[in-house]
Design a protein around this ligand. Structure first.
Ligand code: ADQ
Length: 412
């Protein structure tokens, strides 16, 4: 079929409990990432770069900053009928919020009916990667299966975090288990599994039929990975699209298979550091597949100035966003979001500082994530003595990353 009609649905309602305290006040897809992006910009950029301009974003928890971001960054011209529309829980099926991810889609079925697409692309909102979904949809059409699940190899040790796919040589999925604790490795790689990326393509009629049956099933949790995918697999009607086949213009051998679930503080931190690696592990400087967002047009450019004692303000191996001022301070291997201020003799290394963070003189921050508008007082150290950090009420991740919640003032 040339130019099939595709509706993209982005599931953006997850709570992101494991990312606390970054999700204390905002939905996980709205968590800032990489300086001036938010996590959802990656999913949305992938959809739009794939050529699909009709997109609904299903929101739920604490969606205010997510809605505002979509409205400002992703406002599309209506001339061609394009849109990115946030859709809150509709309560069309009862007075409850969404139960599982499939219920979220069920409550929004009227949009699918109105849009009447040939295919529905359903993806998560909180992974960092590049993917051309048109290649997945071509595979879906060629296979004749009504459902296609994107798969990527992951370590066996992570199998309880993923849907685990078993597929035959033709690409037909023969078994699918959501987050099993007893998965076994692949025949050719015993320490790996084929994991679902949480990205699905459905032929519309088949999806509507599966949704109707799932809604009636009282045993179902109404979850895409737990219920809808198994529904198709049990009938022998699901195919697997191997992510390794996806070609992105301008990608390098180093970043071509990059895909990260940033569900935990440690994973979020590692993915942030991947952006600023000298030879990027995930290259944001690839114009062939731009990751898009909007920036605050009121912010002036970043500025580096001499501080007291003519001390040079400088940054290396770092992202420095608009509105940042580095005055006689040193920034190494870190991400500074818009409006960050580093004052004389302060020092930040291996850290992520979100919008409006201020380090007063002689402050020191190492291996830490400071949420928006945190103020670090004169001479205060964060991320240096982890016991002290815990005592002050900060979160310290299993990997030893200190997280300071939004707006906290930290003084000695
Ligand atoms: P999880 O990410 O654990 O596993 P889930 O919590 O359902 O599954 O989240 C999937 C996506 O749906 C996320 O983007 C989340 O924000 C969103 N979401 C969750 N509940 C929602 C709701 N009620 N309304 C709207 N959006 C909702 C999934 C798959 C696995 C797969 C991994 C890959 O179930 O099979 O391996 O993704 O990361």
């Amino acid at each position: 079929m040339s130019n099939p009609k595709v509706l993209a649905i982005i599931l953006a309602g997850g709570e992101g409990k494991r990312l606390m305290p970054l999700t204390e006040d905002r939905a996980k897809p709205a968590v800032p990432f990489g300086g001036h992006y938010r996590l959802i910009d990656f999913a949305l950029s992938n959809v739009v770069n794939s050529g699909y301009n009709r997109v609904i974003v299903l929101t739920q928890y604490k969606s205010h900053s997510l809605d505002r971001h979509i409205a400002t960054a992703w406002h599309m011209s209506n001339i061609l009928g394009n849109y990115v529309a946030p859709v809150p829980a509709q309560q069309r099926t009862g007075k409850h919020w969404y139960m599982g991810s499939a219920d979220a889609i069920y409550q929004s079925l009227n949009i699918i009916n109105d849009e009447d697409p040939d295919y529905v692309l359903i993806i998560g909102a909180d992974n960092i990667y590049r993917m051309d979904f048109s290649q997945m949809i071509d595979t879906h059409i060629a296979s004749g299966f009504p459902a296609t699940v994107a798969g990527i190899r992951q370590p066996l040790s992570l199998s309880s975090s993923f849907g685990v796919i078993e597929a035959d040589e033709s690409g037909k999925i023969t078994a699918f288990r959501e987050k099993p604790t007893d998965a076994v490795g692949l025949p050719d790689a015993p320490d790996q599994i084929l994991a679902s990326m949480g990205n699905y393509v459905f032929t519309t009629d088949a999806l509507l039929d599966a949704m109707a049956q799932d809604a009636k099933n009282e045993e179902s949790n109404h979850d895409m990975g737990g219920d809808i995918v198994p529904f198709f697999v049990e009938r022998g009607e699901a195919g697997c699209y191997d992510f390794i086949k996806n070609e992105i213009p301008g990608s390098t051998p180093r970043d071509r298979d990059y895909w990260r679930d940033v569900g935990t503080i440690d994973a979020y931190f590692e993915a942030s550091m991947d952006l600023i690696a000298v030879h990027p592990i995930f290259n944001l400087y690839n114009p062939g597949w731009p990751i898009m967002t909007t920036t605050d047009g009121r912010m002036p450019p970043a500025k580096f100035v001499y501080g007291d004692d003519s001390r040079m303000g400088h940054a290396i191996d770092s992202f420095v966003s608009n509105g940042v001022i580095i005055s006689g301070a040193r920034c190494v291997h870190s991400i500074l979001s818009p409006g960050v201020r580093l004052n004389s003799w302060s020092h930040v290394s291996d850290s992520v500082l979100m919008n409006g963070v201020v380090l007063a003189r002689r402050a020191r921050v190492d291996r830490a994530i400071l949420d928006k508008n945190v103020y670090v007082g004169e001479g205060v150290s964060i991320g240096v003595d982890l016991e002290e950090d815990r005592r002050r009420g900060f979160t310290v991740s299993p990997g030893g990353i200190t997280v300071v919640p939004k707006g906290w003032r930290v003084e000695n």
